[in-house]
Ligand binder design. Sequence first.
Ligand code: UDP
Length: 369
Amino acid sequence: MKDILIVGAGISGATIANKLANAGKQVLVIDEKNHIAGNCYDKREDGIMVHQYGAHIFHTSIKEVYDFLSQFTTFTDYQHQVKAVIQGKEVPVPFNFNSIDILFDKNRAHELKDKLLSHYNLDSKVPILELQNAEDKDLQFLAEFVYENLFLHYTLKQWGLRPDELDKSVSGRVPVYIGTDDRYFPWDAYQGIPSQGYTKMIENILNHENIEIQLNTKFCNLNSDDYEHIFYAGTIDGFFDYKLGELPYRSERFENQTITKNYFQSNSVINYPNEHEYTRIIEHKYFLNDKTDKTIISYEYPEAYELGKNDPYYPIIKEETTKLYQAYLEQTKYLPYITFIGRLGDYKYYDMDKAVNRALEVFNLYQSQ
Ligand code: UDP
């Protein structure tokens, strides 16, 4: 008999399992997949660490999260950069001063950068939906340019929606950056990739004498009454058998190719906002700087999530779905022995660090009760 059941062996479930195991609880972690690590799952193929569910870059400003994970891995000093192809040129994303220099002639670029600096602080970030409200003519021009060339068509492919139809936090993840730092996350104090990959890191988090893991195991095949508490990282609407309606999720399909050449592209991730059905191409060997004479790339195709057909990757955060989620959350009040965690349980667009942070908070709350 175990004290605690954790549904989902991803980064959220693993974090809380570890904390509870250290606190002396006997913990069973189940996952319906045949591997641990959820969507962080990576695996070596032809000597290259392949991120099986898309590029995962650890980045955070939360020291507690960095310190927690650092018990289980070292991090490389990888600093993520993304390029987007706009008008046939590769420009840094978040769109910044260097992007402006690549796309506009010298005088115009100078004018636009000066204008940005007269309205915003150096090294600040401005969400595109906010920049669009600028009254200055040059800033309006720039906002329209960036909206049309970087955000609109990418977002239509990624979500099937325009940026303004989604919660503003979604496009706000990739703001316009007032400066020349080409990194994707210039505002985060800690970033890197686990030196031996995410799967190994999560295996280490779960490696505890009080933790048992059962893969290929569905929650519905277990008896909830056998446990003092359940932490559930699956979809919250699925847990309630969709009784209030289905929450929408976005899914992804990856088409991988192994190519016999040293490198395929100039960067780990190149976005194609305007061309092609895929949103981006990932070249995996950049992440751990793998030295091989082959390379593996993934074309990333967003698609609608369909129950039983593919996996839910992203909650689609907008007004109606937030309301439906709140209605499900109400239902959880009648189930004090269950806590929902993770992207799917909380219906939140968590990055890895936010998922760990939430799991640490949930653990602290549980301990204090
Ligand atoms: N986005 C965009 N163009 C880009 C990059 C991002 O329009 O070149 C928008 C798009 O709506 C995307 C969101 O910003 O879904 C968040 O991007 P992020 O790179 O954070 O997405 P993730 O890596 O989590 O898929």
